[in-house]
Ligand binder design. Structure first.
Ligand code: ATP
Ligand code: MG
Ligand code: FE
Length: 343
């Protein structure tokens, strides 16, 4: 089964052909980051315009790179949410037009399900699985009962982890998106500031990063006022230590409670080397007498890309979950919450 997938939810326009949900035959990612950097974040109107400029061209490129024609394609997949509505609409319209013109079935995919399914491009997921999904707009712990049955057990109450990285990066004068640079600096400094770790109540799996962000910004502003120069490497290391502590603590507690067979790290922040190292180290300790499989996507597939959408779409294809031409963009699409936890 060969799926041609589209992703245009934010500032990357991407197309990909994925075979059997596991094998990437082609992947094109057209990034717009340079156009948004001078504004310090993604400008929705600019994003939509860029998507529409490249989407037809990169559809042709995805087919050519895989040595395919439309006749070789079994389904057309597209991210329909969550994301920027104008940006999503470009991908959804392109996918619907292609489906209508070729009579190839259409599959709408949740962007977050896609991030988590980037793992399927790396290794076989054994169920039940637990995913820590950390990205620009989401910080969630998700239980996967099957390849299509996802439930949120914990969520951020305010800022997402990636968003916090980008906001504190701005204070340090780092270009958007700041995560990668802060991660690099963090490896060159020490946790000297001891910023707060919001563990919240011990009985849930929710996260909060706005207190940490404010503490960081206040520390920088205060130093500025008294003309004190703070070490940017120590600031980055201290921020990252606080983020990683909270993410690792809640994740390890969920692993102990839900006993998944596979642990998946997903989303743009899954590229964070500090987070990867810490989770690998803590899971190695429990794996002295358990066997928990760990899947962390290749760095290139942590950020937004259409291959992960093709992987998730394959699972929907197998389950017979197709979309019709009424498919619409849903900017605030959310995976379902577990009933067990919010009663
Ligand atoms: P969402 O997927 O929640 O809808 P998004 O698609 O905008 O949001 P992604 O593209 O998945 O988010 O991830 C981008 C985020 O990942 C940015 O906030 C960026 O700073 C962050 N990021 C990328 N690399 C790293 C890293 N090495 N360390 C920390 N954060 C990182
Ligand atoms: Mg992005
Ligand atoms: Fe994303």
């Amino acid at each position: 089964i060969r799926i041609l997938a589209y992703e245009s939810s934010c500032d990357e326009t991407s197309t990909s052909i994925v075979k059997n949900g596991t094998e990437i035959e082609s992947l094109i990612i057209a990034t717009q980051i340079k156009s948004h950097q001078r504004f310090g974040g993604v400008v929705p109107e600019v994003a939509s315009r860029h998507h529409i400029e490249v989407i037809t061209q990169i559809t042709k490129e995805a087919l050519a790179q895989a040595n395919c024609t439309w006749k070789d394609i079994d389904a057309i997949a597209v991210t329909y949410g969550p994301g920027l509505v104008g940006a999503l609409l470009i991908g959804v319209s392109a996918a619907k037009a292609a489906s209508m013109a070729t009579n190839i079935p259409l599959i709408g995919v949740d962007h977050i399900m896609g991030h988590i399914m980037a793992a399927q491009l790396k290794d076989t997921i054994e169920y039940p699985a637990l995913a820590l999904q950390v990205s620009g707009g989401h910080t969630e712990l998700v239980l996967l009962k099957s390849p299509i049955d996802f439930e949120i057990i914990g969520d951020t109450r305010d800022d997402a982890a990636g968003e916090a990285y980008d906001k504190i990066g701005r204070v340090l004068g780092v270009n958007y998106p700041a995560g990668k640079t802060i991660d690099t600096w963090a490896h060159q400094g020490q946790d000297t500031f001891k910023f707060p770790r919001a563990m919240l109540e011990d009985y849930d799996y929710d996260f909060s990063f706005s207190g940490l962000k404010s503490a960081f910004i206040n520390t920088c502003h205060h130093a500025d006022q008294i003309n004190q120069k703070l070490d940017k490497y120590d600031l980055a290391a201290s921020f990252q230590a606080a983020v990683v502590d909270v993410l690792a603590y809640k994740t390890m507690r969920a692993i102990k409670e839900f006993k998944p067979k596979t642990f998946i790290l997903g989303g743009g922040v899954a590229a964070n080397l500090g987070l990867r190292e810490r989770l690998n180290r803590e899971i190695a300790v429990i794996n002295q007498d358990h066997h928990l499989k760990v899947i962390m996507p290749d760095l290139k597939l942590c950020g937004d890309n259409a291959a992960m959408i093709g992987a998730a779409a394959y699972n929907l294809y197998v389950a017979g979950q197709f979309s019709d031409l009424n498919l619409n963009a849903d900017p605030s699409l959310e995976l379902p919450y577990s009933d067990e936890l919010y009663k």
